[in-house]
Design a binder for this molecule. Sequence first.
Ligand SMILES: NC(=O)c1ccc[n+]([C@@H]2O[C@H](COP(=O)([O-])OP(=O)(O)OC[C@H]3O[C@@H](n4cnc5c(N)ncnc54)[C@H](O)[C@@H]3O)[C@@H](O)[C@H]2O)c1
Length: 309
Amino acid sequence: MCDLTRASTGSATIESSVVTEQGRSTAVEQYKTLSFAFQTNNIIFACMKKVVVVGSGYLANIVADAAIRGLLPEFEFVGVYSQSVPSSERLADRFRKAGNACNAYPSLDAMLALKPDFLIEMASPSGMQEVAIPTLKNGTSIVCISVGAFADQDFMTEVKRVGNESGTRVYIASGATGGFDVLRTAALMGNATANFFNEKGHDRLRNSSVYDPIIETKKHIVFSGNANEAIRTFPTGLNVAVAASIASVGTDNMQVTMQSTPNFVGDTQRVEIKNDEVHAVVDVYSATPAIAAWSIVATLQNIVSPIVF
Ligand SMILES: NC(=O)c1ccc[n+]([C@@H]2O[C@H](COP(=O)([O-])OP(=O)(O)OC[C@H]3O[C@@H](n4cnc5c(N)ncnc54)[C@H](O)[C@@H]3O)[C@@H](O)[C@H]2O)c1
């Protein structure tokens, strides 16, 4: 028993005349257990980031798939909040099956009481506007996909102010486009102009304000204007144009064109930036919006990675 004491504590001085042999061995076992638990907890608490999710639809379920596949081991998904209670309960259940202690919450406030490190917004631009400020004030950073929210300059200013005050950040996932690094860099060089082109199938524009019967049979430019006007016309459909704008020339200066093409499946998003020395084109075709969910997974991996892209 004494050897065990020495081996486990690295010291023989633990022996004491007021402690019986039986009591000492119990104390040593307790010490070992506590020490192990402490060290284990240290490892766990140093690495694990507590995450909550707003929105439990298409994208959120793809992020859950990534967690289930073990691609986000540094993150513990502890809460889901969404307008749809049944779907948020189903999503929380999926996270639980992936080994997370996750619950659905009836309100944002109830979920923020968990003091998460990150909130992943996968709801809507108006949802992002509702949750952002209370979340940042809570000390929780945000990974955001409904970037259209930032077309509102007042909102953007307030997010920056509260983020600075609370030491939190908003990470904008690249969504259905990308290349924000080259867009930012080219814009910083000065004298940059930029434009954004989106092509989608005519069937997705049938119920929109820009519908024209001509789109049933012909390619047609259904919208042309700056990114502010674009997001007003398509409140949930042009997050990417706003994201590319705020990464580069701003929403007032980004020229946006949307083309309807009969029977086109998916989206083409093409961002082009030019300055006196650089001409860059980021051209992304996606058959489905799944790329946006995967860009959230990539953002989360970047947050904890020693190598950041
Ligand atoms: N940046 C990009 O490239 C990109 C690409 C695709 C989708 N998006 C955006 O991602 C978001 C989610 O897309 P999705 O396909 O998963 O949508 P979805 O409709 O499948 O799911 C949205 C979920 O959010 C919930 N929700 C909506 N508004 C809410 C609010 N105010 N508060 C709480 N919950 C709310 C809904 O109940 C639903 O569970 C949308 O805003 C969409 O425009 C961005």
